[in-house]
Design a protein around this ligand. Structure first.
Ligand SMILES: Nc1ncnc2c1ncn2[C@@H]1O[C@H](COP(=O)(O)OP(=O)(O)OP(=O)(O)O)[C@@H](O)[C@H]1O
Length: 255
């Protein structure tokens, strides 16, 4: 297993009119680690996620994966560079099967993509990609659902399909935006152990953007905390939990 490159977020600033969504934010996702980005409502987590995956362009600062500068690249280029991402509102095709949705993630791995290749994609190649997509579904515990339309699945399974699609690009880093949003307690606990397995068994670095401090504290190696667009803490889960600035940001009171 080769060591993945680190993801560097360096002095990133993002404004919407007069609102500083991100104010000089820096942190590093170390190779093979599970790094959580947390903060209260409006702290800037989604803005940061969107800057990293090319949806928003930062006013200043840089995002790098190893030596590759990601800032300024369009979102669709990132998959080919080893960045997999799953969104808060899984943008899946509900009428298509689980396997067909996950196969869309294989798109970036074929020269020019499936659409460009059209009929030139050989059956053998397609079978190879379908087998890998099914293997990823097995890994995520949805292997028995590959022929089920996504629209017929319970919410927890839909989120897994979205993660499977992100893993189908064979990423070196997986970006997860509030994957537990809308899940019940047992779905959240199962998801937490799956995320841990992605790190431990696949060796993929993970950036987990999450509102819920409770979820990340048990699984993250390192935690960055944002509040009002600023980085207010960065450390191990125990360090940030004991940080008075973090307690104040979450509870609105001095520790
Ligand atoms: N597209 C936008 N246009 C204008 N302001 C925005 C936009 N997106 C975010 N903001 C503002 O930027 C700030 C950070 O918002 P962001 O959604 O990144 O926070 P968040 O930490 O993800 O919050 P939540 O946990 O509520 O999703 C907020 O003040 C928000 O109102």
């Amino acid at each position: 297993m080769t060591t993945p490159p680190s993801l560097e977020i360096e002095n990133v600033t993002l404004s919407f009119g007069g609102i500083h969504a991100l104010d000089d934010v820096s942190f590093t996702v170390e190779p093979g680690s599970l790094h959580a980005l947390i903060g209260p409502n409006g702290a800037g987590k989604s803005s940061c996620f969107n800057v990293i995956c090319g949806v928003y362009r930062a006013n200043s600062g840089q995002v790098r994966l190893g030596d590759t500068v990601l800032s300024g690249l369009p979102a669709h280029k990132l998959a080919g560079l080893g960045v997999g991402r799953a969104f808060q509102n899984a943008a899946l095709s509900p009428g298509s099967t689980v396997l067909d949705n996950v196969m869309l993630g294989r798109h970036s791995l074929t020269k020019g993509g499936f659409l460009a290749c059209g009929l030139r994609l050989t059956r053998k190649t397609e079978r190879k990609h379908a087998a890998r997509a099914a293997e990823i579904c097995d890994f995520l515990g949805i292997g028995d659902l590959v022929h089920t339309p996504v629209g017929a699945l319970p919410y927890g399974a839909i989120k897994r399909v979205d993660i499977a699609r992100a893993l189908a690009v064979e990423p070196v880093i997986l970006l997860l935006d509030e994957p537990a949003a809308g899940m019940n307690a047992s779905e959240t606990a199962e998801l937490a152990s799956t995320i841990r397995e992605v790190r431990d068994e696949l060796g993929i670095s993970i950036l987990l953007v999450e509102h819920d401090m409770g979820l990340v504290m048990g699984i993250a190696d390192r935690v960055t905390v944002l509040d009002f667009g600023k980085r207010i803490a960065d450390g191990t889960p125990a360090e940030v939990q004991a940080d008075p600035n973090v307690v104040k940001a979450y509870l609105g009171v001095e520790a």
